[in-house]
Ligand binder design. Structure first.
Ligand code: F0G
Length: 457
């Protein structure tokens, strides 16, 4: 048996349908071979993202009925503020409609034109929000993170030599802040160790640099610290989280992941200046500082979900379900990113489809092929997501060309995982018959959301 059984039982279900083979072929062609452009009705198992796709608990739904929809001073905001104090240890919170709203406020305040933001691998929306105010994001993650086969237990770690290199090249005053993502999404859901965060704080103190976390998947990162880092074997997840956050000046946070809700975000900080500056901007872009684009009921669901999502038994079930899918694939030799990450299993498209050149978009191709085979929707995480170099305009081909099978929280059963694995294994058996794609439409920003492709014969 794999791991513990689910620490919940199912109270409400939503029917799903498996479209016919003919409809699947039509649907993906109509969507320009971009899984973001598929209609949800055409999808059987939706592994596009773990963002906003969780099943809420009865406790969260009960909280939704207690929404205080006052324009100002909603009591749900104060519940959220208190949950963030209790679970993450930050004194000051600014609510936003979702994570990128928080990135916008935090990064446009901290980044001046020409400045550099070192980060342990980029994330799509984060990179854009650093570039819009005139900054540039540079990579400080350890080399192992770029190697899908390395089994380093903390592939999200910051490489201090790389960070030092950027300080030597640009000067500390050109560094807007140091950005650290928890459970690094684009690296395959790979955690950062507590030791690395502790050392980073000392390092940055020497240069008087601020540290801002992307704490979006920090609870899942905390689970890995408890599982893998000496001294934390029996530490409560909340204590681990509070220690992690103590090494930062503040964070941005998309609540749509670890908080088990459909919408929401915030930034939180220990720093009164950051708080006051971003609180004055939130009213321009998001809404009053006691709702920031969320309804009162949504803030209540986030407040409850933040506490629920930091429970050890829940996290153990969650991480083990992702691992279950990954191990089904490893068993038969399908190339995936190791170790299996926190929120998703990532297929290594360069190894899966080695006959395709990079400009025929192997990961985009594979995501389309999986949909066609089984109506399982996955997502490209490679060169299309990475985009173009902001200075030269050329395509960037990152070492990682991946397809993400992202597992929504508390939504699918292990039978759904088995169905998914069967489809991927089936395709792996006939991988030589899969043809590449040609990009025929490319939007200016975050092209992976709306780009369109045609199949090459
Ligand atoms: N930071 C990280 C690490 C994320 O994964 C995301 C979103 C964001 C910030 C932005 O948050 O969507 O609430 O505005 N990731 C989603 C994904 C979209 O599918 O990985 P948001």
């Amino acid at each position: 048996m794999n791991g513990p059984a689910e620490p919940f039982k199912i109270k409400v279900v939503e029917p799903v349908n498996l479209p016919s083979e003919q409809r699947r072929k039509e649907a993906i062609r109509e969507a320009g071979y971009n899984t973001f452009l598929l209609l949800s009705d055409d999808v059987y198992i939706d592994l596009l993202t773990d963002s906003g796709t969780a099943a809420m608990s009865d406790n969260q739904w009960a909280g939704m009925m207690l929404g205080d929809e006052a324009y100002a001073g909603s009591k749900n905001f104060y519940h959220l503020d208190q949950a963030i104090k209790d679970v993450l240890g930050y004194n000051y919170t600014v609510p936003t409609h979702q994570g990128r709203g928080a990135e916008h406020l935090m990064y446009s305040y901290l980044v001046k034109p020409g400045q550099i933001v070192p980060r342990n691998m980029y994330f799509t929306t984060s990179k854009v929000h650093v570039e819009l105010p005139g900054g540039k994001m540079v990579d400080t993650i350890i080399d192992e993170a770029h190697d899908p086969e390395s089994t380093h237990p903390f592939k999200g770690n910051v490489d201090f030599k790389k960070l030092q290199g950027f300080i030597d090249t640009y000067g500390a005053d050109k560094i807007a802040f140091v950005n650290v993502e928890m459970d690094v999404n684009m690296a395959g859901g790979q955690p950062v160790s507590m030791e690395n965060l502790r050392k980073l704080r000392e390092f940055c103190d020497d240069y008087k640099l601020k540290i801002i976390f992307d704490a979006t998947r920090s609870s899942e990162n905390a689970y890995f610290i408890r599982e893998r880092e000496k001294g934390y074997e029996s530490t409560p997840i909340i204590e681990i989280l509070r220690e992690m956050m103590s090494y930062s000046d503040g964070c941005i946070y998309s609540s749509k992941k670890d908080c088990l809700v459909n919408i929401g975000g915030f930034l939180a900080t220990h720093d009164k200046e950051i708080f006051e500056a971003t609180r004055s901007m939130v009213v321009v872009y998001e809404g009053l500082h006691t709702y920031g684009g969320m309804a009162g009921r949504d803030m209540e669901a986030v407040a409850r979900g933040l506490r629920e999502g930091a429970q050890y038994e829940y996290l153990k079930y969650r991480i083990n379900q992702v691992r279950y899918l990954g191990e089904l694939l490893i068993k038969v030799g399908v190339p995936i990113v190791r170790p299996i990450g926190g929120h998703a299993v990532f297929l290594n498209a360069l190894k899966f489809l080695p006959h395709l050149p990079r400009d025929q978009w192997p990961a985009q191709t594979l995501a389309g092929a999986i949909y066609e085979d089984s109506a399982v929707r996955t997502m490209e995480r490679g060169a299309i997501s990475k985009g173009r170099d902001s200075e030269t305009g050329e395509n960037i081909f990152p070492k990682l060309e991946l397809v993400r099978l992202t597992i929504p929280r508390r939504v699918y059963t292990n039978t759904h995982m088995e169905y998914t694995a069967e489809s991927v294994i089936n395709l792996y058996g006939k991988r030589n018959e899969i043809n590449g794609l040609k990009m025929v439409y490319e939007p200016k920003y975050l092209r992976f959301f709306q780009a369109r492709f045609e199949k090459l014969e």
